[in-house]
Design a protein around this ligand. Structure first.
Ligand code: SF4
Length: 504
């Protein structure tokens, strides 16, 4: 059997074995450390490093003190606990909010956890309020507490572990309505999580025909495999229009290079900034760039994304070696557009919802399940790569999105929030979202690249945790594994469906 010669970019990831090769440098102006030589096997690893915040997040709570009442309280406590100064100085807050040099007369709200003990016990002296400045760091979908988590992950490179057990809700709308099957019984080992064995997070992007055809001379005829690998099932989506600066473009390019994944950027921006490289996916379409501009890139891309299937032929002519991906919003008519694009020969589809995960009247979770199921029913699923994005804002959303049927996830707002861009109003779409950049970011790509690497490492660790707990050795096998998830609605229906009033 003779197979077609491999595409230039196929199988060049570092962890695929001794024949791996380094990815190309992002561009001449932003050199990155070279990857190991091809003969040197190295397991995939993301270098994390503590990268402190540039801007301080506001405190969650405001601690307001009535000083006269506090003085009365203090006087009473001193009399009651005379000599036991630790007790006197820690009250009424065991978290130290009132234990500064001048006690409660200068409270330390950054230590407040909002337990409300002080205000319940001494309402005349202390009032706890939510801080509206803190609430401005987020919107109705990506809440400030989530932003706090994202920024910790970006600073530390690890998913925050909180003591006292989980205090949040056990279910909810959207992604929170999915519970993953992490039974101890199906858990063979944690070796993959602790690095003694490998759990692969490599995904294949591209055309995977179900069978090969050969002509009379024994040469392949028809569609042949054209697959490119990335080390993470996460790609960096185009930044919002309002945040699309040269520094952000440089951070995207360098981060994708270091993580051995892909970053999507408007072709126009790549040309303006002189960016090119196999880790960069130029996006072509109205306002983003013209297909003819692909020929002007210093390095040919391995993938080009188009916003309209009608551009496919023009892109193939301008960049014949590149895989062509279609960016397809979840808008009315997306099902026909999806099947039409596949019939037209497109094999990578990037499905997008808005930043709140909404599209065509449903949440991205249900839309992805529908797209995956549609392709399974049509016998097309294994030939096509589905990337999806919009509303994926927490580490656990990535494995859940893959379980629903995606091969890889595109990341959007979490990347900017990891860089401490402060939302200016609701973040609903790439076109309308507004942000305030953190101080001193312009021109300092190293800080930004490390923050994004930390974030992606934390999210990958979360993915490995779920894969390890399920006993799955590679993320490719997680795709569409709906049997490994439980849906809150289904369980509630099973448990309470026969009871009067259920569902009212
Ligand atoms: S709400 Fe709790 S943590 Fe905050 S100041 Fe009062 S006692 Fe301390």
């Amino acid at each position: 059997m003779t197979l077609a010669p491999p595409r230039p970019d196929v199988g060049r990831a570092r962890t695929t074995g001794p024949d791996s090769e380094p990815l190309a440098e992002p561009n001449a102006s932003a050199p990155r450390p070279p990857a190991p030589p091809p003969e040197h096997y190295q397991r995939y690893h993301i270098d994390t490093r503590h990268m402190p915040d540039r801007a301080d997040l506001p405190t969650r709570f405001r601690v307001e003190v009535n000083r006269f009442e506090l003085a009365k309280l203090l006087f009473k406590e001193i009399r009651e606990y005379w000599g036991d100064w630790d007790v006197v100085l820690s009250r009424p807050c065991v978290y130290g909010v009132f234990s500064g040099p001048v006690g409660g007369f200068a409270p330390r709200p950054h230590l407040c956890v909002g337990c409300l003990r002080c205000t319940i016990q001494h309402p005349e002296a202390v009032t706890i309020r939510r801080n509206p400045q803190w609430q401005a760091w987020g919107d109705e979908y990506l809440k400030p507490a989530m932003v706090e988590t994202l920024q910790q992950e970006a600073a530390l490179g690890a998913v925050p572990v909180k003591g006292q057990g989980y205090r949040g809700r056990m279910g909810g709308p959207g992604w929170d309505g999915i519970w993953t099957d992490m039974s101890e019984i199906v858990r063979p080992t944690r070796d993959g999580i602790h690095g003694r064995e490998t759990i692969s997070t490599v995904v294949d992007l591209g055309a995977k025909p179900m069978y090969l055809r050969f002509d009379a001379a024994g040469m392949p005829a028809g569609e042949t495999p054209a697959v490119s690998q990335v080390q993470l099932p996460m790609v960096l989506d185009m930044p919002p229009v309002h945040a699309m600066t040269p520094t952000i473009a440089a951070i995207w390019a360098a981060t994708a290079h270091d993580l051995q994944t892909l970053a999507l950027l408007p072709l126009r921006v790549m040309r303006e900034e002189g960016l090119s490289g196999s880790q960069l996916v130029p996006v072509v379409g109205p306002g983003l760039g013209d297909p003819a501009g692909l020929a002007e890139l210093a390095r040919a891309p391995r993938m080009v994304e188009i916003t309209d299937a009608a551009l496919a032929d023009e892109v193939r002519a301008a960049a014949p070696a590149a895989q062509v991906a279609l960016r397809l919003p979840f808008a009315p008519g997306w099902r026909d557009a999806l099947l039409g694009a596949i019939a037209q020969g497109l094999r990578v589809i990037h499905l997008t919802a808005d930043y709140h995960g909404r599209g065509d009247g449903a949440f991205i979770r249900d839309l992805v399940i529908e797209a995956h199921t549609l392709l399974v029913e049509q016998g097309l699923r294994d030939q096509v790569t589905l990337i999806g994005g919009g509303g994926v804002v927490m580490a656990e959303h990535v494995p859940k999105a893959i379980i629903c049927g995606l091969d890889a996830v595109s990341l959007d707002t979490p990347l900017l929030l990891a860089l401490q861009f402060q939302p200016d109003g609701s973040m609903e779409s790439r076109e309308t979202a507004r942000f305030v950049a953190p101080p001193g970011l312009e021109g300092d790509t190293d800080w930004g690249v490390q923050r994004l690497k930390n974030l992606c490492c934390a999210w990958r660790d979360q993915l490995l945790e779920i894969l390890g707990a399920m006993g799955i050795r590679e993320v490719r096998r997680l795709r569409g594994e709906l049997g490994r998830a439980m849906f809150q609605e289904d369980l509630q229906r099973e448990a309470f469906g026969g009871i009067d009033g259920f569902g009212d």
